[in-house]
Write a protein that binds this ligand. Structure first.
Ligand SMILES: Cc1ncc(COP(=O)(O)O)c(C=O)c1O
Length: 351
């Protein structure tokens, strides 16, 4: 049985063009700075964001860690959103690798309140850690792909900069935020002190993330990357597809957003299924199946048996569907039909 896989936008397979670019990549030893493909990628990424420098990293998690390390010292505190990937999904790496403490704050769908952030900054006091970084996730995964508007990021950066702290964007899906809000990448580059962007999600590359920022921040991040074992060699085979994606892949994300909306509306129309349609802004759809939360994993299983894959994230989020390069309008129709059969066909969620 073929499957329609909505579990994540990380499940995409590289296109023929990406595979061809990998096969013909001109390479060298990147730890020596000798890989022309990596060097071109880093130049082009920095230019896209209007920053002084950029760095290739094997993963988004490592990019976030390198950024946190670049802006902080052990014993500092960083302000993060309480459902953010940095706080929730990185094994507290900021604590045990960077030696910092995270102060998690609630938010309105990922949009941290600048006043609350300002109030969370520590006073200069011998007892206190120093607050040296504010991190914003955009789009916000566990807030259903919510876009954090540029003016909110600017307000948060102002608060951080007024206190001598930095602002980092975990932009694993910043491409989606840019397309959905019409905000040019350079605007984010102008406001933030560092930005992580992932190429292995909506852009469909097999691996790879980037970090952009000042030459100084990127030099520090490069050093940490090496210490973490992330200094790789002929890695131009990975950055060539990333260059293609940077050039050709971003505008296409609007299609994923349209598919997510169709999916959300179709599922929300089914008996007992709820989707907060206003909350569907990009390529992520949170669904509350019929019945109580204990039966929701059964809904996911029932869809799986019908060739439609999605994830149960938790009681707060419900079931997550993510649209991407490898699921089209026909997969969306299939998912809605499978869910209809499941909820209306007598078996019900949890069967
Ligand atoms: C918002 C966010 N940040 C960071 C990451 C980490 O990226 P990676 O899986 O490449 O380490 C993810 C991965 O899903 C993510 O969704």
């Amino acid at each position: 049985m073929t499957t329609s896989d909505f579990r994540s936008d990380t499940v995409t397979a590289p296109s023929e063009a990406m595979r061809a670019a990998m096969a013909s990549a001109e390479v060298g030893d990147d730890v020596f700075g000798d890989d022309p493909s990596v060097n071109a990628f880093e130049r082009e990424l920095a230019s896209a964001f209007g920053t002084e420098a950029a760095l290739f990293l094997p993963s988004g998690t490592m990019a976030n860690i390198c950024a946190i390390r670049a802006h902080t010292r052990p014993g500092d505190e960083i302000i993060v959103e309480e459902q953010s990937h940095i706080f929730r999904n990185e094994q507290a790496a900021s604590a045990w690798i960077c030696g910092v403490q995270a102060a998690p704050l609630p938010s309105d769908r990922g949009r941290l309140d600048p006043e609350l952030v300002a109030a969370t900054f520590r006073d200069e006091d011998i007892h206190h850690p120093r607050t040296t970084l504010v991190a914003v996730e955009n789009t916000h995964n566990y807030q259903g792909g919510a876009v954090v508007p540029l003016d909110r990021i600017e307000a948060l950066a102002e608060v951080a900069h007024a206190r001598g702290a930095a602002l980092h964007i975990d932009g694993a899906r910043l491409w989606n935020a840019s397309v959905a809000s019409g905000t040019p990448l350079r605007e984010y580059g102008r406001v933030a002190d560092s930005i992580m962007v992932a190429f292995s999600k909506g852009l469909g590359c097999p691996a790879g993330s980037g970090l952009v920022g000042s030459a100084e921040v990127i030099a520090r991040a490069r050093r940490t990357r090496k210490g973490l074992g992330g200094g790789m060699r002929q890695v131009g085979v990975l950055t060539e597809p990333m260059r293609l994606a940077l050039r050709d892949g971003i505008e296409r994300l609007a299609e994923d957003h349209r598919n997510a909306r169709t999916l959300a509306e179709g599922l929300n129309a089914l008996a007992g299924v709820t989707v907060d349609l206003d909350a569907v802004e990009t390529n992520i759809v949170f669904v509350r199946p019929p019945g109580d939360a204990a039966s929701w994993p059964g809904f996911v299983e029932g869809l799986g048996e019908r060739g439609v894959r999605c994830c149960f994230l938790g009681v707060r989020e419900g079931v997550r569907f993510v649209t991407h390069l490898d699921v089209g309008a026909d997969d969306v129709a299939r998912a809605i039909a499978a869910a209809r059969e499941l909820v209306e066909g007598g078996g019900g969620a949890g069967s």
